[in-house]
Design a protein around this ligand. Structure first.
Ligand SMILES: N[C@@H](CCC(=O)N[C@@H](CS)C(=O)NCC(=O)O)C(=O)O
Length: 207
């Protein structure tokens, strides 16, 4: 049995975040396909993933990723200098609290429901979301241009949270166009996609 058992949907931002953290820590992992909101899902708020590791049952990707890194990776993904740690934590929070909800509801899910489940594309929902998504991308690009944002130092948990959130957006037609207009963000995505932990966890839907 793998050292880490991840219960979650297979094409999922947060399942992938945990998979990447496992790869970085050199832990074997398996993903057991479990739908959010399903009776088998043990998450009290119906989300995925739920993770079993070291006899623990864990929820919430920040807690899971930090545990994997602290218990199995010498905390290598969390800067020890307080200022660098604050920057990394800030970007994790931005990814989780602002970027993910905006991208997920405004573009990623409408396209998945259309492409995978065959539902009509929710064009009005997309149109409503585009100005806010565009502003969010502009903010991220400006921050990288200003001082490197989260990209200035070592690879950290901030990279691990931001990559699947931004890559999911990039796999939608409008997201691809929006990100292509952000030179520094595009360059970071292009470099990061070659990291072994990112390659090992590619979604089947990625070209
Ligand atoms: N705060 C949770 C968020 C997890 C989350 O939003 N997962 C998404 C999939 S990527 C989900 O379960 N969506 C299904 C739903 O909201 O019904 C975490 O960090 O693990």
């Amino acid at each position: 049995m793998a050292e880490v058992r991840i219960f979650g949907t297979v094409i999922s931002t947060y399942t992938r975040i945990v998979q990447i953290a496992c790869e970085e820590a050199g832990l074997s992992h398996e993903t057991i396909a479990t739908a959010a909101q399903s009776p088998e899902n043990r998450h009290p708020f119906g989300k995925v993933p739920v993770v079993e590791v070291d006899g623990l049952e864990l929820i919430e990707s920040v807690a899971i990723a930090q545990y994997l890194d602290n218990a199995h990776n010498g905390s290598a993904l969390q800067p020890s200098a307080p200022a660098a740690r604050a920057i990394s934590d800030k970007w994790i929070a931005i990814a989780n609290n602002y970027l993910f909800p905006l991208f997920e509801h405004g573009l990623v899910m409408p396209w998945i429901m259309h492409r995978v489940a065959g539902f009509p594309l929710e064009r009005e929902k997309i149109e409503r979301a585009l100005p806010n998504i565009s502003r969010a991308l502009g903010f991220v690009e400006a921050e990288i241009q200003k001082d490197g944002g989260w990209t200035g130092g070592d690879f950290t948990l901030a990279d691990i949270f931001l990559y699947p959130v931004l890559r999911g957006l990039q796999l939608t037609p409008q997201g691809e166009v929006g990100i292509a207009q952000c030179d520094r963000l595009s360059a970071w995505l292009a470099v990061t996609e070659n990291r072994p932990s990112i390659v090992a966890t590619r979604w089947e839907s990625e070209p």
